[in-house]
Write a protein that binds this ligand. Sequence first.
Ligand SMILES: Cc1ncc(COP(=O)(O)O)c(C=O)c1O
Length: 392
Amino acid sequence: MSERSLAPETIVVDAGRPPREPNAAVSPDIELSATFVATGVPGPDDRTYGRSHNSTWEAFEGALARLEGAQLPGLVFGSGMAAITAAQELLAPGGTLVAPRHSYMGTLSGALTAQQLGRLRLVTVDIADTDAVRAALTAAAADGSGRDETGRARLMLWVETPTNPMLEVADLPAIIAAAQEAGALVVADNTFATPLLQRPLEFGADVVVHSATKYISGHSDVILGIAVTSDPALRELMLAHRAQAGGIAGPFEVWLALRGLRTLALRVERAGDNAMELATRLTDVAGIAVRYPGLPDDPGNARAGAQMTGYGAIIALELPDAATADAVVDAVELFTPATSLGSVESLIERRRRNADEQASVPEGLLRLSIGIESVEDLWADLSAALRAALAD
Ligand SMILES: Cc1ncc(COP(=O)(O)O)c(C=O)c1O
């Protein structure tokens, strides 16, 4: 059957299997070899060493490329941050990085460090404000755009939509068109949406990165990242970075991620249904503000409806202050107070407890990652905790 005819729900089950031969294994092996038998001068297809080659990686990398609609295999990394760093290394020294002011805090703090070291110039924008993004790109392009002699970009637009943790939704087609006009490379962090709900390469993004720690693995037991592109030169640069920086993924973690991927469609669907139901009920709770792109009144609702096939399973709740938000976190019994997201269990976190979180994120903002439990059990837990905290 041709790959093109398969739905994403089928690809997550079908991808990365060993070739179908008599007596072959149905699930891929975990390849643990650190080196490979050498046969003279290595050719381009020869496997040399475990920092550069691993068949378990390849199974996962092929699966993610199919899901994101890329022409080339993805590149797996030891964490989402390692994938993000590899993608940011596509920026030429001294280039400009335009990024959402509410990107994942690790992305921003990495970029800030790079700026302090003189490696890049960071410009942050409200990624939901298309005019502001366009203006930032036009202004930055005056200092240089296009690629340098090594193939690195002089200007890069970093996209996260919905953003972490504010859930702002960018107009993907509009900002990518603006970036292309300005000669900028576009990298999209697609962790929140997953390739089942949003495929940035189809809108013209050059590279997609994920924290595969989250939905793709889905069980809070793996730290992993992946970068995907259809551009051979960009892939080559990230591949060289991976082998040289050496922060590679362990084969067992990659195997676990591939195993988790098998149920991605079911998990995303169930968690999304739970999130929509909880967000809707939360709008009736006095004294809090709810952000969820699936709500008809949410500022990102129309955009998310146009460019995504679902709204995801992250809800942001704004409580009046840090103390009330902390009281909710202390009172829940089923939600787990923990950072991270995208797993089968529901997690809750007051984001500003993290020193690196942006000051423009309200002190009382709770990020809820909704899992696949019974929605009634989740509601009973959350509504009781809110009642107790708001009554105090
Ligand atoms: C949107 C987003 N991107 C990237 C990362 C970093 O991924 P990792 O923790 O796998 O390094 C995170 C982690 O929370 C995230 O939320």
